[in-house]
Ligand binder design. Structure first.
Ligand SMILES: [Zn+2]
Length: 480
């Protein structure tokens, strides 16, 4: 009987929070059981040679949208395959009731088990869910969701408030299928999440994620841009300008202060949003505020994102915003970098900017882009790359240290990455069902050769291996 199921030999191992180290990794029963100067290949059933390569902890892509525009099970399969190509071994996906996803509303007591059942057996990565609490009825399910269902994080969309008024001026929107979705609902939701955090937080962080754009301002600026331009993605940026992020962040943080709710400010896209978040952290130093940005806000501008194909909320912005975001990533004020992956078809973008579906995929670029641009061009240490894409999201969402690190006892989620492998981005390179990419033409250096999930090689040299074996991970996981 070999002592190890798998060994990863000769690599430079990148662990979060410490310097890179040359060591071998021994895996048994899906976990890391040995880190040593040298392990014998004969002691293992499987040997992965990582000579000349980096070994990183599997990335935790903590902002994902499985099934937002397509059948959930089908999307889970194709889009977690894309995740493996980028070194992602755990996906935390947003789900909400209302339009898109399952196109219905109701209590999570009946809907959430359906969501997990539709994903299980179809995902190549391990997975968890953040849930949008959309109705008054769902507010009372928060404690049950955390305590019994392993949902340690929730979401509120600041800009859906503008959808509350319908044409017949009854309350409730066809889009959200909510009764009242406004700051009053947010306040009640924060109270529920703060109270669940007090009960369950000793096992790991419980939090509320916020999509910060301000609805009434968006209405005004959309009217202006529709009247007098400009067109294209620059118009989209001006229709939802950084001011809407700033005001929305300020509103949300006042309520977070009142309720003491731990929050995540999602997909910050602009220098102005960063300044609002920094001001919030100064004003409310007792609050737990985590900051996130996305690959596309780091990589693209409204001039380079291929027009309507790059439509996403919040919009892709200017070169100055992109530089401000990179600066915050390098300085350490941004905690996590994510893909906000939402697979859609080029046909869903169509010709009309205002009708095009927002969002697109990018998970396959998570490690490659951070290594290529961050480490290769902007002086970001490899340790920091592992923190931004793996350890920090794992800690923020109650997965650490099961996920997010390479340590004895942790899940053996590992990525062997060739720092010299260069690819020009095309849809094919991303292994997604999406037939276009706003990242097309980008030259990226540093790609995974092996992605290993709980000790099993699940992606090797450009191909997914085996059947989808991702498991649902209940959060928060117990701290040791
Ligand atoms: Zn999103």
């Amino acid at each position: 009987m070999p002592r190890y199921d798998t060994v990863v030999l000769n690599g430079t191992v990148i662990m979060p929070y410490v310097d890179p180290v040359r060591c071998d990794i021994g895996v048994r029963d899906g976990r890391v059981v040995a880190l040593a100067d040298a392990l014998a290949p004969g002691d293992a059933a499987d040997v992965v040679d990582a000579r000349g390569r980096l070994v990183l902890p599997g990335a935790v892509d903590s902002h994902f949208h499985i099934g937002i525009y397509r059948d959930l099970a089908t999307d889970a399969t194709s889009e977690t395959a894309s995740a493996l190509a980028g070194g992602v071994t755990t996906v935390l996906s947003y789900f909400r009731t209302g339009q898109h996803y399952l196109n219905k509303s109701g209590p999570y007591r009946t809907i959430f088990p359906e969501v997990v059942a539709a994903t299980e057996g179809h995902a190549y990565t391990d997975f968890g869910y953040h849930l949008g609490i959309m109705t008054s009825e769902q507010l009372d399910e928060v404690d049950w969701l955390v305590g019994e269902q392993g949902v340690g994080s929730f979401k509120y969309y600041m800009f859906y408030k503008g959808l509350n008024l319908t044409s017949d001026s009854t309350r409730g929107s066809a889009y959200t299928m909510s009764d009242a979705y406004d700051l009053g609902h947010l306040y009640l939701l924060m109270r529920q999440v703060a109270s669940a955090s007090a009960v369950h937080g000793a096992r790991g962080r419980v939090s509320l994620s916020l999509h910060c754009e301000q609805a009434e301002l968006i209405r005004v600026f959309i009217d202006e841009v529709k009247r007098s331009g400009p067109g294209g993605l620059e118009g989209y940026h001006r229709a939802r300008p950084p001011l809407t992020e700033r005001l929305s962040i300020a509103e949300a943080l006042v309520l977070a202060d009142e309720t003491r709710c731990p929050v995540n400010l999602l997909h910050l896209s602009s220098g102005e949003a960063l300044r609002a978040a920094a001001q919030g952290r100064r004003e409310f130093p007792h609050l737990d505020i985590r900051l996130e940005t996305t690959l596309h806000h780091l990589a693209l501008t409204h001039a380079t994102a291929h027009g309507i194909l790059g439509k996403v909320n919040p919009p892709i912005r200017t070169e100055a915003d992109r530089d401000a975001l990179w600066d915050a990533v390098v300085r350490g004020s941004i905690d996590t970098v994510v893909s906000d992956h939402a697979c859609c078809a080029e046909a869903d973008k169509g010709e009309d900017l205002w009708k095009a579906l927002p969002g697109f995929g990018g998970t396959a670029l998570l490690y490659p882009y951070l290594v290529s641009e961050g480490h290769g061009k902007r002086g970001l240490g490899l340790t920091r790359v592992a923190e931004l894409a793996s350890a920090n999201p794992a800690r923020a969402f109650g997965l650490y240290p099961k996920k997010g690190t390479i340590a004895v006892g942790s899940d053996a989620d590992l990525v062997v990455l060739d720092p010299d492998r260069e690819r020009v981005v095309t849809p094919d390179v991303l292994h997604s069902a999406q037939d276009f990419t706003p990242f097309a033409g980008m030259r990226v250096r540093g790609w995974p050769t092996h992605t290993i999930l709980r000790g099993r090689v699940v992606f090797q040299d450009g191909r997914v291996q085996g059947r989808p074996a991702g498991e649902y991970v209940k959060r928060p996981v117990s701290r040791p």
